[in-house]
Design a binder for this molecule. Structure first.
Ligand code: DOR
Length: 448
């Protein structure tokens, strides 16, 4: 099947060009093909932006084990609607993904249920080194250096040294320091409300753990990705670690700050915690100068009933895959960044960080994972319209400008006319870890 997307504003890796894109089967076959080219379907895309499908490298889709909050079918329908065509999912499911066998089980679940392309991390524990060393068909190893939802935690220095020394896969970590969190909790005494979350999981907790992880990566010369950077201080740590270390920011740490607890309460309780407006600013700046290379959601759904429990019984995390792209397109209108920046942060960079084969950009030979965007469409985020199983969004009530109108996953339309096409299934992401990640592929230019 050939599809010709005609006369869109096509977001290529280094320029935006008004042209046409030919999809042949699952692949981008041509950019700017001859006017006479034949196709089975023509999509008149004049006035629309054609954008690379978003690659979200940090999501929690809760299957198996926590499917009352979310599952692969709901979460990936939300992805299709939000223009997220590829996700990498975290290991804190129940059971946790800490063995090769459990990894294979997840891949099989995704093969059956995922509407978009999928990949999974393997989780580190203090005693699963053998599994981490032998793991295949995974983007990399996830370490919770600080505890969050679930019981995965590797805080012990000796265990961390062994993981960084003896494994080969790239490592990503949740960096919040357990000892600092414990000490802050004791110092605080009685808890007043959810704003204490940012006093307990404070700046120091994030900075100490990120510094510790960077030190491990440097000494062992091990590729390392800092998940969800939340503080200005961490962005300073990221200045001089090119070739080895990459980092990401999440929409909630870019767009919310401690002042939002008053309005949103435990809905914006997450780990790492919200910080200040100055930290928001520092994260944007770090994205602009590429100390932070990627944006990911950390989509972490909990039911509204769970989230409305009084702090600290309320769980940490919020859903975002469905609204990530509109939230960021809205920032283009606000003058924060350009469409080219977004294509890099949301697609090209994460694909390269994790060595994905043929993902993350609109280029000939790459997978036809694409999103058609109406930059002028304005719509309000509404809890009732969310496809995520948890059924709410912290951005409920916000008017955003710039929305996906059609999404293709490897050449198949998975979202169009406001509806998800439920017969489509995504494919397993293929990794070529020998490539060496983001910095090693910096100058690669597969554009025709
Ligand atoms: O707030 C969070 N929630 N942060 C995490 O790192 C985990 C996540 C979850 O799984 O709920």
């Amino acid at each position: 099947m050939k599809t010709l997307i005609r006369n869109a504003d096509v977001v290529l890796p280094s320029e935006i060009v008004r042209t046409s894109v030919l999809i042949d089967g699952a692949i981008i076959a041509d950019i700017d093909p001859a006017a006479t080219v034949a196709a089975d379907e023509m999509v008149d895309a004049e006035g629309y932006v054609l954008f690379p499908g978003v690659v979200d490298d940090q999501v929690h889709f809760r299957e198996p084990g926590l499917t009352h909050k979310e599952d692969l079918a709901h979460a990936t329908r939300a992805c299709a609607k939000g223009g997220v065509t590829t996700f990498l999912e975290m290991p804190n499911t129940r059971p946790a993904t800490t063995t090769r066998e459990r990894l294979l089980e997840k891949l099989e679940l995704a093969r059956r249920h995922s509407r978009v392309n999928y990949g999974f991390y393997i989780g580190a524990t203090v005693d699963n080194l053998e599994e981490l060393v032998r793991a295949e068909r995974t983007c990399g190893i996830k370490i919770f250096i600080g505890s969050s939802t679930g019981d995965l935690l590797v805080d012990d220095q000796e265990a961390l040294e062994r993981i960084f020394a003896e494994t080969r896969l790239p490592i990503a970590a949740h960096c919040e320091d357990e000892a600092t969190i414990r000490a802050n909790r004791e110092k605080l005494g009685e808890i007043r409300d959810v704003s204490d979350h940012s006093r307990i999981r404070d700046h120091a907790a994030a900075v100490i753990a990120t510094r510790r992880a960077i030190d491990l990566a440097q000494r062992h010369h091990h590729r390392f990705h800092v998940l969800h950077v939340s503080t200005a201080e961490e962005t300073e740590l990221l200045r001089d670690h090119r070739r080895l270390i990459t980092a990401e920011a999440c929409p909630h740490h870019l767009l919310f700050h401690v002042g939002d607890y008053e309005r949103l309460g435990t809905l914006v309780q997450m780990n790492p915690s919200l910080k200040t407006a100055a930290d928001n600013e520092a994260l944007w700046q770090a994205l602009v100068d590429r100390r932070i290379q990627a944006i990911a959601t950390d989509h972490a759904p909990h039911t509204l009933e769970e989230k409305r429990r009084p702090y600290p019984e309320s769980p940490s995390g919020l859903p975002a895959v469905e609204n990530l792209l509109p939230l960021m397109l809205n920032q283009v209108h606000a003058g924060r960044c350009s469409l080219l920046d977004l294509a890099e942060w949301l697609a090209d960079a994460p694909a390269r960080i994790w060595d994905m084969v043929n993902k993350g950009r609109i280029a000939v030979g790459y997978d036809a994972d694409l999103v058609l965007i109406d930059m002028n469409k304005e719509a309000t985020v509404r809890n009732e319209e969310q496809l995520t199983k948890c059924g709410w969004s912290p951005w409920h009530g916000e008017v955003l400008r710039g929305w996906p109108v059609r999404t293709w996953v490897r050449g198949e339309t998975v979202y169009v006319d406001g509806r998800v096409v439920d017969t489509v299934r995504g494919s397993e992401v293929i990794y070529d870890h020998a490539r060496g990640g983001y910095w090693a592929t910096r100058d690669e230019s597969p554009i025709k």
